[in-house]
Ligand binder design. Structure first.
Ligand code: GLA
Length: 683
C-alpha cells in the first residue's frame, strides 16, 4: 500500500493518477452556507484531496462516549458529491476540555514539574491510560462510521506527534520509562553499566529509584537523557500503532501521520526513521524559515530527508503554506511565484502532491494570521490566483505521479541518535550544530546541481559513489561496521569532526589500554589520530593551508596513514591536519576537522566529486537553478526550478509539460520560473 493507492483515486474516470492538491479543511469553523462556497472554489482550483477532522474531537464527542457525527456526515457527503477525496483524521490530536478537566492526570508535565493546562492543543501525556483509552474509543467510532464512506481514500492519524506536548516528565511517563528500560537492559546492572553510573555516585539499586531526567542541580546523566528521548519517541509510537491498528482492522485505505520535517521541526522528540517503517505512506509538513535567504535550499534538504524516510517511494507533502505563517518572529509573506516554486520543489524531490495548511484562513483562534489557500481577502488576490495556477500546473504534470527520484550518486548520513547525542549538554562547544553542518554539505552539492539522498549509517550504501557523514557524533557498532565495509569495498567517504566519537550508550569510543585518538570509530579508516579538541572562540576563524579558513572547531593531532590536504595554519593547532585523505581497502576516506566556509566546502566537494565520478543531472547548471530528475518505467522528467532572477538556458530535449511546448535542445526557463520536461530518449 502506498501513495499510488491515493493518487489513483484522485482523478475523474479515465485518469490513471493525479498528484494530490488541497489542504487541511476545517469546516467546523464556519457556518454551513460557507461550505457550499468552499467546495465550489475547491473545484475551481482543482483541489482533489482535503484533510478533515484533525482538530474536531470536541465537536465529535461532546461528552464521554456520546458522538455527534451529523455535521461530519454532511461535510463528507458534500465533498463526495463534488468529486473531492478525503484524508480523514481520527481526531485524537487535541483532547477536549471536558476530557482534560475530568482526567487532569492525563495532562503532560515539564522537566521542572509544571503540569500543563489545557486551552491550547495537544494537552496529553502519551503514557496516560485515560488518553489512550479515549483516543482508541474515538478512533473506533470514527472508523465504524466512515470506513465505507466513498469520499475517504486515506487516514490521517493524530497530527504532528510530539508537537507542543513532549516529552512528558510526569509520573505516568516515569513508570513507563522504567518498563522500557527493563526491556532494553534486562538487569539493573546492565542499566548501571550503560548509564555509566559509577560517575557522580549515581548507581541505582532499585528500578523505583529511576526517574525521567527531571530538572536537577546541573547536568543530568547524558545516557539517561538519551534513553529518555528514545523512550519518549517510542511512547508516542505506541499511541500511533494502537490507533492505526484499529483503523487497519476495518479499512484498506493507507494510514499515515504527518511528520514535522523542517529545519525548525527536525529537532522533535521523534525518531522518524523508526516511525517511517510503520507508515503506509510517509507524509510531511514543511514550513520555510521566512528570514532564511536560501530557504529554498533548506526545503531541498528536508525534502531529500523525507524521501529517505520514505525509502525513495513517493511521499505526500501534507502541509506547507501559501504565504506567511503565524509562529515566527517576523512572518514574512512569500514573494510572487515563491509558493509555486516551493510546491514544485517538493514534487521534484519525490512528493506526489502538495497540500497546504489550510484551505480557508481562520477568522478566530491562534492561527488567524496564518496564510491559507483562500485568504481573508478572498479570490481577487495574489494567493488565490497562484493557488488556481498551481492546481492547473499539478494537473498538467500529473503523469509524474508514481515516479521516483532514483540514482542519486551521493548520500549524506543523518542518524536520529547522532542528532540527539550531539545535542546533549556539557559538550566541548555550544557552537557545534549537526543540522547546520549537514546543511553546509547539502548546500555544496545543491550548488553543484548534484542530487543527494539522505540515509542512515546502517542503510545499504553500496549504490553510492560518495557518502558524507557530517557530525555523525554517535554511531552504533553496526553503523560503524557498515561504513567501514562501504569504504573497504571501494566507496568514497567524507567524515567531519565530532563523528564516531561515542557508542550507542554515549560512551567515548576509545581503547583505555592502547589510546589511539579520535575519532574513535573512524580513526583507522581515516588514517588519523587526533588527540585534543580545540573549539574556537565565538566568531573566531582559524587559517588553513588550503580550502580557506575554518570556524567553530579545530583539533590537535596527526595523520597515521592519511595524506594531508590542508593543515591548520594559525592558532594552537597550527601544523595539525585539517583536511586529509586516506586510501583504505579499495576506497578513499576524507576527514575534515573544522567547519569550512561555503567556498571551502564547495571546492572540496568539487574535487571529491571529480575523483569519485559524481556528476550533476545536467552539465553546467547555472547558480540557484534546481534540476532534479524523476523516473518511471523508462520515462524521465526533469524538474527545473529557477530560484534566480535571471533567465536560465539548459541543454534539454523533450516536452515541457506546463507550456505544452517542445524543448529542442536549449530550454529557456525565465527568472523565478519553473519547467517540467518529459525527456525524449531513454531515462
Ligand atoms: C502545523 C500543524 C497545523 C498548523 C500549522 C501552522 O503544521 O499541523 O495544524 O498549526 O502547523 O503552520
Amino acid at each position: 500500500m502506498s501513495m499510488d493507492y491515493v493518487t489513483s483515486r484522485l482523478g475523474s474516470a479515465g485518469e490513471e493518477q493525479r498528484l494530490a492538491f488541497g489542504g487541511d479543511y476545517n469546516p467546523e469553523q464556519w457556518p454551513e452556507e460557507i461550505w457550499h462556497q468552499d467546495v465550489a472554489l475547491m473545484r475551481e482550483a482543482g483541489v482533489n484531496l482535503v484533510s478533515v477532522g484533525i482538530f474536531s474531537w470536541a465537536l465529535l464527542e461532546p461528552s464521554e462516549g456520546v458522538y455527534e457525527f451529523g455535521w461530519l456526515d454532511r461535510v463528507l457527503d458534500l465533498l463526495h458529491g463534488n468529486g473531492i477525496r478525503v484524508d480523514l483524521a481520527n481526531a485524537t490530536a487535541s483532547p477536549p476540555p471536558w476530557f482534560s478537566s475530568k482526567y487532569p492526570a492525563s495532562l503532560p508535565v515539564t522537566a521542572d514539574g509544571v503540569r500543563h493546562s489545557y486551552g491550547s492543543r495537544q494537552a496529553f501525556s502519551a503514557n496516560s491510560p485515560e488518553y489512550r483509552r479515549a483516543a482508541a474509543a474515538l478512533t473506533q467510532a470514527i472508523v465504524d462510521r466512515y470506513a465505507g464512506h466513498p469520499a475517504v481514500v486515506m487516514w490521517h492519524v493524530h497530527n504532528e506527534y510530539g508537537c507542543h506536548n513532549q516529552p512528558d516528565f510526569g509520573d505516568y511517563s516515569a513508570a513507563a520509562f522504567r518498563l522500557w528500560l527493563q526491556r532494553r537492559y534486562g538487569t539493573l546492572e546492565g542499566l548501571n553499566q550503560a548509564w555509566g553510573t559509577a560517575f557522580w555516585s549515581q548507581h541505582y539499586y532499585s528500578w523505583e529509584e529511576i526517574l525521567p531526567p527531571r530538572t536537577s542541580g546541573t547536568w543530568v546523566n547524558p545516557t539517561q537523557q538519551l534513553d529518555f528521548a528514545r523512550f519518549s519517541s517510542d511512547a508516542l509510537l505506541e499511541c500511533y500503532r494502537a490507533e492505526a491498528a484499529i483503523i487497519r482492522a476495518a479499512s484498506q485505505h493507507p494510514v499515515t501521520t504527518n511528520f514535522m520535517g523542517s529545519s525548525m521541526g527536525l529537532n522533535t522528540p521523534i525518531d522518524y526513521w523508526r516511525w517511517s517503517q510503520e507508515m503506509d505512506l510517509v507524509s510531511n509538513d514543511h514550513y520555510l524559515v521566512a528570514e532564511d535567504l536560501r530557504s529554498f535550499q533548506e526545503l531541498a534538504l528536508v525534502a531529500d530527508l523525507v524521501r529517505g524516510f520514505a525509502n525513495n517511494k513517493p511521499w505526500l507533502l501534507m502541509e506547507h503554506s501559501t504565504s506567511a505563517v503565524n509562529w515566527q518572529p517576523r512572518n514574512i509573506a512569500k514573494a510572487p511565484g515563491e509558493m509555486i516554486r516551493n510546491s514544485l520543489q517538493h514534487v521534484a524531490r519525490g512528493a506526489d502532491g502538495a497540500l497546504f495548511f489550510q484551505w480557508r484562513a481562520s477568522r478566530a483562534g491562534a492561527e488567524k494570521y496564518h496564510s491559507a489557500m483562500l485568504p481573508h481577502a478572498g479570490t481577487d488576490t495574489k494567493v488565490w490566483r497562484e493557488v488556481v495556477q498551481l492546481g492547473g500546473i499539478l494537473k498538467k504534470i500529473s503523469e509524474v505521479a508514481g515516479s521516483t527520484v532514483d540514482g542519486a550518486q551521493v548520500a549524506i548520513l543523518h542518524d536520529t541518535d547522532a542528532r540527539w547525542g550531539s545535542e546533549l549538554d556539557s559538550h566541548p562547544s555550544s557552537d557545534t550544530d549537526i543540522l547546520a553542518e549537514t546543511r553546509r554539505w547539502h548546500d555544496a552539492f545543491y550548488r553543484a546541481g548534484i542530487t543527494t539522498d539522505i540515509r542512515q549509517s546502517t542503510d545499504d550504501l553500496s549504490g553510492y559513489k560518495l557518502v558524507v557523514a557530517p557530525m555523525l557524533y554517535l554511531v552504533t557498532d553496526e553503523g560503524a561496521a557498515n561504513i567501514e565495509g562501504y569504504v573497504n569495498a571501494g566507496g568514497h567517504l567524507v567524515v567531519t569532526y565530532l563523528s564516531g566519537i561515542v557508542d550507542a550508550n554515549d560512551h567515548i569510543r576509545m581503547d583505555p589500554l592502547e589510546g589511539g585518538g579520535y575519532p574513535g570509530a573512524f580513526a583507522g579508516i581515516l588514517g588519523v589520530a587526533m588527540e585534543e579538541f580545540h573549539p574556537l572562540r565565538a566568531g573566531a576563524t582559524v587559517e588553513l593551508s588550503a580550502y580557506g579558513s575554518g570556524t567553530i572547531w579545530s583539533e590537535l593531532g596527526r595523520t597515521t596513514t592519511a595524506e594531508t590536504l590542508a593543515s591548520f595554519a594559525s592558532g594552537a593547532t597550527a601544523g595539525s591536519p585539517a583536511v586529509t585523505r586516506n586510501s583504505y581497502g579499495k576506497g578513499l576516506a576524507y576527514y575534515v576537522a573544522t567547519t569550512l566556509g561555503g567556498d571551502g566546502v564547495s571546492e572540496l566537494v568539487g574535487s571529491i566529486c571529480a575523483s569519485a565520478g559524481v556528476n550533476p543531472a545536467v552539465p553546467d547548471i547555472p547558480a540557484d537553478v534546481e534540476v532534479v530528475k524523476r523516473s518511471k518505467d523508462g520515462t524521465s522528467w526533469l524538474f527545473i526550478i529557477n530560484h534566480s532572477g535571471t533567465e536560465a538556458a539548459l541543454p534539454v530535449r523533450g516536452t515541457e509539460l506546463i507550456s505544452g511546448t517542445a524543448a529542442t535542445g536549449r530550454l529557456r526557463v525565465p527568472g523565478s520560473g519553473v519547467a517540467v520536461v518529459r525527456l525524449s530518449g531513454t531515462a
